[in-house]
Design a protein around this ligand. Structure first.
Ligand SMILES: O=C(O)CCCC[C@@H]1SC[C@@H]2NC(=O)N[C@@H]21
Length: 252
């Protein structure tokens, strides 16, 4: 994968690889000497992981990248999933045009025509027992989506950019849109805080105001999707009152 487009963001590095286990694995090597943001991309992954230990199907032609960011505050780290989701939405819009429907699903999926086109997995990086950074793993189905029997029962059905829009987008071309989009939202987060990011995310949120079910390890919580709060938690209005949820899988 070649590196720099004219719009490549200043201060961001890029290390492209061929086949790797996972770009998230490569990110760990940087935990002890993080000097600035670094994109690590690969053409193929042999041990891709998704949220909650699920596998992530990784055929050649799709986008696999992990952005390593210095960060020592876990609360700030969690907000990067909203930054990444907004950047993905903009990059997908740039490569497909205005036609296809794009929406963001809490906590960190991107939906294209209601199917899942991209996923984000955040992992913290530690050095000497302290948080030193965050690895933001991003997978985008550019040319192929997994078959329904390759994803969990009840999960949002997978789609691809090619399948939904007909657009032929290479991982290089996609990164050329994604990297500057991420840098723009990241700069907004660091200069203005979470308020504008939260507003933009809510503006693009799937099923806001509708009834959804959040699956937690011990229970399912069903309620009206009211908002996300100032820390990014999901707020559901249930029959028993407001519930504030840090992490869950959401089902429509
Ligand atoms: O479950 C999800 O929705 C998150 C999927 C994240 C997949 C990406 S692909 C690049 C990076 N490397 C991995 O092993 N996983 C993430």
């Amino acid at each position: 994968m070649s590196t720099r487009s004219a719009d490549w963001p200043q201060g961001y590095g890029h290390q492209p690889f061929g086949e790797v286990t996972s770009t998230l694995d490569l990110a760990r090597a940087h935990a002890g000497h993080l000097t600035g943001p670094l994109w690590i991309t690969a053409t193929a992954q042999t041990a891709s992981r998704g949220r909650r230990g699920r596998p992530w199907v990784a055929p050649v032609g799709n986008f696999y990248g992990t952005l390593v960011l210095p960060c020592t505050d876990p609360a700030q780290a969690a907000l990067r999933s909203f930054v990444a989701a907004l950047a993905l939405r903009d990059a997908l819009r740039a490569v497909m045009g205005q036609g296809p429907d794009l929406a963001l699903k809490w906590p960190n999926d991107v939906l294209l025509n209601k199917g899942k086109v991209a996923g984000i997995l955040l992992e913290s990086l530690t050095d000497g027992g302290r948080m030193s950074g965050i690895a933001i793993g991003i997978g985008v189905n550019l040319v192929a989506a997994p078959a329904l029997d390759q994803v969990e029962l009840g999960a949002t059905y997978p789609v691809s950019v090619k399948g939904e829009s007909g657009a032929d987008v290479t991982p290089e071309a996609f990164l050329a849109e994604l990297a500057p989009a991420f840098a723009r939202y990241e700069a907004q987060l660091t200069t203005q805080g979470f308020v504008p990011i939260r507003a933009a995310w809510l503006d693009a949120a799937a099923r806001l105001g509708e009834t959804v079910t959040a699956r937690l390890p011990q229970e399912d919580v069903t309620g009206r999707f009211e908002t996300i709060d100032e820390t990014g938690y999901l707020i559901l209005q249930t029959a028993q009152g407001l519930r504030r949820i840090a992490a869950a899988d959401v089902y429509f």
